[in-house]
Design a protein around this ligand. Structure first.
Ligand SMILES: NC(=O)c1ccc[n+]([C@@H]2O[C@H](COP(=O)([O-])OP(=O)(O)OC[C@H]3O[C@@H](n4cnc5c(N)ncnc54)[C@H](OP(=O)(O)O)[C@@H]3O)[C@@H](O)[C@H]2O)c1
Length: 291
């Protein structure tokens, strides 16, 4: 174990999913610079190890650990959780950052639609598997990166995985709405444990977002608007704030944008839909223990 780097997060341990690039990497770098021990995930072992070393160098904090795992696979999420629990005797913050947009409908190794699986079911499962450690480390925080795109989302319980009708935008907006419904339900379930759950909109940020499988509209407009997008550092500001600031100690069940609480869509505040989504997610992940 390396020595403790001084800073306001010294002595705290944080896991940031999707820390090899984009907003997650900037979040991990910011929190490491504040003295936290930071674990990052990424799909590829070499890329994840390289990113951890680069984040350590950029932040001046050697305590950055790579956890390679493809979170589209539930077996990989379970392995990731086991490795994190073995490596970290305490876990103060979980930042559920992994997420993406895919124009084409594809199934994961578990036979689930990819957007729903990666953006919603993976953080749902990982959070459930790590809740015991977070609770034992309380006060602790769970930050889930959603998006302003949730406002256009609808949870289609009759076609959650886009079997009848799929579009990248529809699947993405639904998954980002699911992130907020999950956060609010989690906050209710964790009430009194000292573990908070918040959701963040990072802004529109210049990252690798949608690059793997962009929609024709995205392909057309991205080169034009790229220069006007936020830097990943600016996009990480709300996640870093929610993970670290004493100002949000104890704040739970709240959606933030630009480091300020913001009203999320009426659909995101539907408690019956949140409870139903929780149950469906439990069924689809094999009944995770935890919150
Ligand atoms: N960019 C925006 O404008 C914007 C706006 C609103 C919300 N968001 C949200 O912000 C979050 C981060 O997005 P970003 O823009 O930073 O995206 P990004 O640049 O594409 O980064 C995604 C990160 O997730 C990792 N990742 C992707 N699929 C994975 C998987 N199956 N398993 C494990 N890791 C995986 C990637 O690592 P590897 O490629 O190395 O595996 C990378 O580190 C997402 O939840 C997104 O919905 C972004």
């Amino acid at each position: 174990m390396t020595g403790i780097t001084p800073g306001p997060m010294a002595g705290r341990t944080v896991l940031v999913t999707g820390g090899t690039g984009g907003i997650g990497r900037a979040t991990a770098t910011g929190l490491a610079a504040m003295g936290a021990r930071v674990g990052i995930t990424g799909r590829d072992t070499t890329r994840t190890r390289a990113a951890a070393a680069e984040i350590a160098a950029a932040s001046g904090n050697p305590a950055v650990d790579p956890f390679p795992a493809d979170m589209s696979s539930q077996a990989e999420v379970r392995r990731l959780a086991r490795e994190v629990l073995a490596a970290y005797p305490r876990l103060d913050v979980l930042v559920n950052n992994v997420g993406g947009f895919w124009a084409t409908r594809r199934l994961t190794a578990d036979g689930l639609e990819r957007t729903f699986a990666v953006n919603h079911l993976a953080p749902f499962l990982l959070t459930g598997l790590l809740t015991g450690r977070l609770t034992a480390s309380a006060p602790a925080r769970i930050v889930t990166v959603s998006s302003g795109a949730h406002t256009g989302g609808k949870i289609d319980f009759g076609d959650l995985q886009g079997e009848c009708r799929y579009s990248g935008q529809r699947a993405y907006s639904q998954s980002k709405l699911a992130n907020i419904l999950f956060t609010y339900e989690l906050a209710r379930r964790l009430d009194g444990t000292g573990v908070t759950a918040t959701a963040a909109h990072p802004g529109v940020v210049r990252t690798g977002f949608a690059a793997e499988d962009p929609s024709p509209v995205w392909k057309l407009f991205l080169p034009l608007i790229r220069l006007f997008l936020k830097t990943p550092q600016k996009g990480a500001a709300t996640s870093i704030y929610l993970a670290s600031s004493p100002r949000v100690e104890g704040v739970t069940g709240t959606y933030f944008a630009g480091r300020k609480p913001k009203a999320s869509s009426p659909a995101s505040r539907d408690t019956a839909a949140a409870a139903r989504l929780w149950q469906v997610s439990l069924d689809l992940t094999g009944g995770t223990a935890g919150a």
